[in-house]
Design a protein around this ligand. Sequence first.
Ligand SMILES: Cc1ncc(COP(=O)(O)O)c(C=O)c1O
Length: 420
Amino acid sequence: MSAAAAVPIRERAGKTFDVERIREDFPILRMKVHGHPLVYLDNAATSQKPQTVIDALVRYYEGENANIHRGVHYLSQIATEEFEKARETVRAFVNAAQASEIVFARGTTEAINLVAQTYGRAHVGAGDEVLITAMEHHSNIVPWQLLCEEKGAKLRVAPINDEGELLVEEFEKLLGPKTKVAAVAHVSNALGTINPLQKMIAMAHRRGVPVVVDGAQAVPHLAVDVQGLDADFYAFSGHKMYGPTGIGVLYGKQALLEAMPPYQGGGDMISSVTFEKTTYNKVPHKFEAGTPDMAGVAGLKAAIEYMNGVGIGKIAAHEHDLLEYATGVVGQLPGVKLIGTAREKASVLSFVVEDVHPHDIGTILDQEGIAVRTGHHCAQPVMERFGIPATVRASFAVYNTKSEIDALARGIRKVHEVFA
Ligand SMILES: Cc1ncc(COP(=O)(O)O)c(C=O)c1O
């Protein structure tokens, strides 16, 4: 596999990377909030959109809109062509073998639910086990809990250490004869930890266990190669990678997708319907019931083209510089404790400040125009693991700058003054 599939790229952002030039691509960054320039550090929740993505949405509605796969008329054919071209763009982006392995979904959450409700329901039975990790987002916990409840199966959880790294040997020990599926985050949204995914997948495969990867926080920051990783399923959301909301992707190996029962029933997923029997369309259409988000797909294609234009290596290198800088600057402030200090991290700085609730910090930072996320980040078990109710999370994207991190540090000093 390419090394890029498992580790963040360590190339330097370099001279050709001009963050001020990049910032011009994102109209929202010109905004002022409470009289201050917007400092947007909530990218792990959702990233901002470049003009090219916004234009792609408008272009779709102005010049392409028609329902796909069904019409013989001009617009329907154009819309269908563009939709399938976008599938090919996504295929190349994650290096899937075939475009038919790319299923469009609403986002990571729907993609994981799809696998749990199809592959999971077909393969997990009473007494079986589903293995996850202690750093999962609720989207990669609850769908498996629902499945386990329905089937009388057991959810097993591989633990993490105080740095927020997975105990890989424990993960391996938990892969037993009863394990029917493993579902793991590529990158933790609450801690920033990058998991040694290639190694974990190889461990699972040695025991015949397929692996579902939650790639929501990886795809915006790392070059992902699903074939190199040998992932069985890989889910991600468009809106965290400069694309529109409401569109995401499930990658699945062709043979697995073909063998799976459908998820939802409706238009487009069928081959023929009678009252006695319905036969299903071929993959990926079998999993795309109803009218899809065609505009969203056009926007996702534009987002991938934007990322490719900048270069995923340059994005990763710039964000790595920002994370190192922020770890130094914020980590040294009095009373600040970083939560998540793994050796391999991507773009997330989670922290608490002694004697101040994260929500108060978020509110004071907001008054300075700084947007961070405070709370449990849909990862309550992670908070429990660290014995805290919440953290402040600053998360970085291609358009963030070191001076924004300095503004964050000034904001935290202000928090100290208010609570002194
Ligand atoms: C790691 C991780 N998984 C899943 C999700 C859910 O993504 P979505 O809400 O786009 O479905 C998120 C969103 O924050 C996430 O960070």
